[in-house]
Design a protein around this ligand. Structure first.
Ligand SMILES: Cc1ncc(COP(=O)(O)O)c(C=O)c1O
Length: 373
């Protein structure tokens, strides 16, 4: 077995695509998912620490799965708070976005049904689809004609899976047009809002809410590990969907509920987001500033985005690594995204913007990219 594993590792190494863990550094952060700075927010830390803990909330762990001892009034009220915030009927918390997508897609579509997914959806959606017994087809990224073609071939109940903001490109799905098309074909849309929550909507509700499409989508997945600065996720939808997942979603049923500290952190992050004034507006100003600078520098290969995620294509694993190393040597933490994570030829520098990034940091980082491009 070791020999076989080593062969696979050597193969990765030979194309300069070996993944390795790295520990924290003191470079300026242009790569974490902490878009709003909540994970490092001093006030939030104090609030979490000083949360009025009593009874169950004093526990370190949740002590069991949700169906046994891991449930609580606190957790159910938190789910309702999250659902209300996002203008949904109900919410169900999962231990991560990965778990939420696995548990949702593997359970809602059955043998004889069809799941159609954008070719760029996250690995967790793909894995969830694989675990279901449904037929599945991908459609070309953001291409409504390609989706229509697949809808015409679909059988049984039909689910269409998209991300409102795509994690590797930062671009947005054409949600309004998708909603119209899916209605025509009686297909249920599931939108993963991992990179849109906290960034779009009046106070960070996400892109579905910003566009007023809450009723048009069947389910949304909101993750807490990005703009909310915590960990975990929720599936939003109807009460029926919530009950169904409690009964049939294996990544919800067969696991210990998240630790109480995480639940309290999520509550405090939602309270902060509800109370923060103009946080979405401030973020969109930052994005505009960034885009003006990209244009001024005339950077090649920029993928159009209005989100927190921005990419500059630099084809080839060797080349993109070289550019990323150079930008890092200038003090800025940007990461290369290599094939096979993205298709060959689409390797890129992925830049994540944060409310705490200053204009001069953005200038310095982009100039460094330009120097080496
Ligand atoms: C679009 C998308 N969905 C789901 C996930 C998984 O979320 P989590 O990190 O909470 O498991 C991610 C994060 O990597 C993501 O980018």
């Amino acid at each position: 077995m070791e020999e076989e594993l080593n062969k696979a590792l050597q193969q990765r190494k030979s194309v300069n695509a070996l993944r390795q863990l790295s520990v924290e550094n003191d470079l300026i952060d242009f790569c974490s998912n902490d878009y709003l700075g909540f994970a490092r927010d001093g006030e939030l830390k104090i609030q979490i620490k000083e949360s009025n803990l009593s009874g169950y909330q004093n526990f370190i762990g949740s002590t069991g799965s949700r169906l046994l001892t891991g449930n609580s009034t606190f957790l159910e009220e938190l789910e309702q708070q999250i659902a209300t915030f996002h203008n949904a009927e109900s919410g169900l918390i999962f231990n991560s976005g990965y778990d939420a997508n696995i548990g949702l897609f593997s359970s809602i579509a059955k043998r004889g049904d069809t799941i159609i997914y954008d070719e760029l959806v996250h690995a967790s959606i793909r894995d969830g689809i694989r675990l279901s017994h449904a037929h599945s087809f991908s459609f070309a990224h953001n291409d409504l004609n390609s989706l229509k073609d697949k809808l015409q071939k679909a059988r049984g109940q039909v689910v269409v899976a998209v991300e409102s903001i795509y994690s590797m490109d930062g671009d947005a799905a054409p949600l309004q047009e998708l909603a119209v098309l899916c209605k025509q074909y009686n297909a249920s849309i599931v939108v993963d809002e991992a990179h849109a929550a906290g960034i779009f909507g009046k106070t960070g509700e996400g892109l579905v809410s910003e566009l007023g499409l809450e009723e048009a989508v069947f389910a949304r997945v909101i993750t807490f590990g990005k703009a909310l600065g915590c960990h975990g996720a929720a599936v939003l939808g109807s009460q029926v969907l919530r009950s169904y997942l409690i009964n049939f979603s294996r990544s919800f049923i067969y696991t210990t509920a998240m630790p109480v500290h995480s639940q309290i952190s999520i509550k405090n992050s939602y309270d902060k987001m509800s109370e923060s004034e103009n946080i979405v507006l401030k973020f969109s100003h930052l994005v505009n500033l960034f885009k003006q600078k990209v244009e001024l520098l005339d950077l090649n290969g920029y993928i159009e985005s209005k989100s927190a995620v921005h990419c500059i294509l630099i084809p080839g694993n060797d080349r993109v690594k070289e550019v990323a190393n150079y930008v890092q040597s200038k003090g800025f933490d940007v990461r290369p995204i290599l094939s096979p994570t993205v298709p060959e030829g689409k390797e890129r520098i992925r830049i994540c913007l944060h409310l705490f990034n200053t204009e001069s940091e953005i200038d310095g980082m982009l100039k460094a990219v330009k120097e080496k491009q």
